[in-house]
Design a protein around this ligand. Structure first.
Ligand SMILES: [Fe+2]
Ligand SMILES: [Fe+2]
Length: 220
């Protein structure tokens, strides 16, 4: 399989700037990478436990490229989902964690599409993988908007939340085990490192602009 050159195209578009010194990252031990990601989620509601359990195996955790960075976010999201599950009724913790979850998931998905999937989509060898990941982002977005439009205090809310949680856990497990593996094969190391920088920048901007959209989309 030939290496795709889109990464260098992206670098050229970004003004030919190569990675800045502060963006260069060293590998981190997987266990520490996971603990750091969980700690970021816990900062939102420090009194709650974040029992994320065992995570599906991935070779990317702690890597200094785009995939390591994306798995870091995924672990943070796993922790937010686990903490939300611990909440009861319309509590301040549930409200705060849900807003954080929406902002995180939206910003992550948008930055992931811009930094990674847009390039992977244009390579015929990996178009289908990218298309699949992007389609799931839309489904998750719809589930979040639906949940945001409903009464947090109702028993139905946590039931719907459980469905979203399953859908999202499925999405990130599949990314880590299938789509990232396929994408890695067509991207050079320089591309992957540079994409991490693009992701960080885009995610920061997207998170600052993220809003909680409320729209009932599903019946019953
Ligand atoms: Fe994704
Ligand atoms: Fe992701």
């Amino acid at each position: 399989m030939r290496k795709w050159v889109l990464g260098s195209e992206i670098r050229a578009k970004a003004g030919g700037k190569e990675q800045r010194a502060e963006d260069r990252v060293r590998p981190v031990a997987p266990r520490k990478a996971r603990a750091d990601a969980v700690a970021k989620a816990r900062a939102v509601a420090p009194d709650l436990a974040a029992r994320i359990g065992s995570t599906p195996a991935t070779k990317f955790r702690g890597d200094p490229d785009i995939f390591g960075r994306l798995v870091e976010d995924h672990d943070r999201h796993r922790a937010l989902l686990a903490m939300l599950e611990e909440t009861k009724g319309k509590s301040p913790d549930r409200e705060r964690l849900f807003v954080e979850l929406v902002h995180e998931l939206k910003a992550h998905a948008a930055a992931e599409e811009q930094a990674l999937w847009s390039s992977v989509l244009r390579n015929p060898d990996t178009t289908d993988f990218a298309r699949h990941a992007i389609a799931e982002h839309k489904e998750i977005d719809d589930l979040l908007a639906d949940l945001a439009a409903r009464d947090m205090a109702s028993p139905g809310w946590i039931r719907r939340f459980a469905a979203l949680r399953e859908e999202y856990l499925h999405h990130i497990r599949e990314e880590e085990q299938e789509q990232f593996v396929a994408a890695e094969e067509v991207l050079s190391l320089a591309d992957r490192r540079f994409m991490r920088t693009v992701f960080n920048r885009r995610k920061q901007e997207e998170k600052a602009a993220a809003e909680v959209e409320k729209k009932i989309r599903f019946k019953a």
